[in-house]
Design a binder for this molecule. Structure first.
Ligand SMILES: [Ca+2]
Length: 492
């Protein structure tokens, strides 16, 4: 019994120690505190408070061991005849107590004492067994708890092992990725970067060479431009007052000529179109490639600017360039006699139209070069006399150019708040012109490559391109436009 008690104590102590470890584990793992006795762990039932968890024994009782015998029945004994009579033997009473079986004889006094002692001991043993029984039950209960707890610990351990294995696998994959990244970066740093640097160095060297070449070219151009540019075109021998005069004198090729309309002033170069409508046309304005800036002051427009013509390889200047002949010269030429004007234009698809006026006169500088036209013909639309055909009423009449003075951005003679320096058509629409308020035609406007342009592209949000509204509207800038004058002969 003592041994059983000792075993019970040992097991109980171990169980209590295990319970302490469990509490520590929960604290370490920062799980729910043990006071929350209603909580059940996700991984199955475990005792949450010491001593309150009851064990429910298995209610299934195994069947009793079978009482059947494995032996066959024994054969009946053979009859032995007459039963033997036995003689009764009387045992002498030796003064002791009688044995329960008479054959055993008489017990000695010591034997009686033993019996008495045994009877007494039997009583004590029964009591001890009675005391031992609950202890054994308690021990059974405790060992069951321990078994369950050990079982749950094993499950926990397996789960932890699985988590550790998973973590190891993740760490392994991460390490592999890091190694791959490292290899890639190392490859980039060791190979790609130096290669790119070499390529860039090569590009840099080429750019340096180009810069050197450009510097040489700029230097050479600077040397050439120290002197004012002079045309290398040979000047034809034939000359005259103007192109019609030259034509009549035999100058029937379209090219640059020298004209001398006013004997009080020196002669000057112009381009004569001796081909169109039988020739005799003197070019006073030309736009074809945007090479010349037309956003100029009053004096520039008065004197004239640009390049008259250039030699494209034929040995004479047969190709007109961009220029404005000059208001003084235009005025003088148109006042020599009845003059007609031919305005030819081309869009970016190569389509061509024209507007022609039988009468074209420009007043002198004193009158701010007032424009007067009449006798329209052509297929471009009569912008000068009728304004924009898209508009009506006052909106239309304010786009008529006939009768307007010439305006530049530094001399506002337009019909838009005359005298107000903040309302200038020339400043907004890009060139010098006979602006009203403001235009239906703008041949001296800004040059836009491609034709169509927008408010956002325009410097002031206005239609400042090379515009002929009655042909292409306000937001299309022509590829080319020219103005030619010729003495008008009604009988021609
Ligand atoms: Ca104005």
């Amino acid at each position: 019994m003592r041994t059983l008690l000792l075993l019970y104590l040992c097991v109980y102590t171990a169980w209590a120690q295990d319970n302490l470890d469990y509490d520590d584990y929960d604290t370490d793992s920062k799980s729910k505190p043990a006071e929350n006795a209603t909580e059940v762990g996700a991984r199955g039932h475990r005792p949450l408070t010491r001593g309150t968890d009851r064990y429910s024994p298995n209610r299934y009782v195994p069947p009793p061991i079978s009482g059947g015998s494995r032996y066959r029945g024994r054969p009946a004994p053979a009859p032995t005849g007459q039963p033997q009579e036995e003689e009764k033997v009387t045992q002498p009473d030796a003064g002791g107590c009688t044995h329960a079986s008479e054959e055993m004889g008489v017990l000695c006094p010591n034997g009686c004492e033993l019996k008495t002692t045994l009877l007494k001991q039997e009583k004590n043993v029964k009591m001890s067994i009675g005391e031992l029984k609950p202890q054994v039950d308690e021990l059974s209960r405790a060992s069951n708890n321990v078994y369950n707890y050990v079982n749950s610990m094993s499950n926990s351990l397996r789960e932890r092992q699985r988590v550790i294995n998973d973590n190891n696998r993740v760490v392994g994959q991460y390490s592999d990725n890091v190694e791959e990244q490292h290899a890639y970066i190392k490859e980039t740093v060791d190979t790609v970067f130096p290669s790119n640097i070499r390529v860039l160095q090569g590009v840099l060297e080429k750019i340096k060479l180009k810069i050197q070449k450009l510097e040489k070219a700029i230097h050479a151009q600077s040397e050439v431009c120290k002197e004012p540019c002079k045309t290398k075109c040979p000047i034809p021998v034939v000359s005259g007052k103007e192109c019609e005069d030259i034509f009549r004198r035999g100058g029937t090729d379209s090219q640059m000529y020298m004209v001398h309309p006013d004997t009080f002033y020196p002669p000057y170069k112009v381009f004569c179109d001796q081909t169109t409508q039988n020739g005799g046309w003197l070019l006073i304005q030309n736009r074809l490639d945007g090479s010349v800036d037309f956003g100029r002051r009053w004096d520039d427009y008065r004197r004239g600017f640009g390049n008259v013509a250039f030699d494209s390889g034929k040995g004479h200047c047969e190709t007109p360039s961009e220029y404005w002949l000059g208001n003084d010269r235009i005025s003088y030429l148109t006042k020599m006699g009845p003059t007609e004007v031919l305005i030819e234009m081309e869009d970016w698809s190569g389509a061509k139209v024209y507007a022609q006026y039988q009468q074209f006169t420009i007043q002198s500088d004193a009158s701010n070069f007032v424009l007067a036209v009449d006798g329209y013909s052509g297929n471009a639309g009569n912008s000068f006399m009728e304004g924009s055909s898209e508009l009506f009423g006052e909106n239309r009449t304010m786009t008529i150019h006939n009768g307007m003075m010439f305006s530049t951005y530094d001399k506002d003679n337009d019909n838009w708040n005359p005298g107000d320096p903040y309302t200038q058509c020339s400043r907004e629409d890009g060139g010098g012109w006979w602006y009203n308020r403001c235009h239906s035609a703008n041949p001296n406007g800004r040059y836009y490559i491609g034709g169509a342009y927008t408010k956002q592209m325009a410097k002031h949000g206005t239609d400042d391109g090379i515009v002929w509204m009655n042909w292409k509207g306000s937001w299309y800038s022509l590829k080319g436009i020219s103005m030619k004058i010729r003495p008008y002969f009604a009988s021609r």
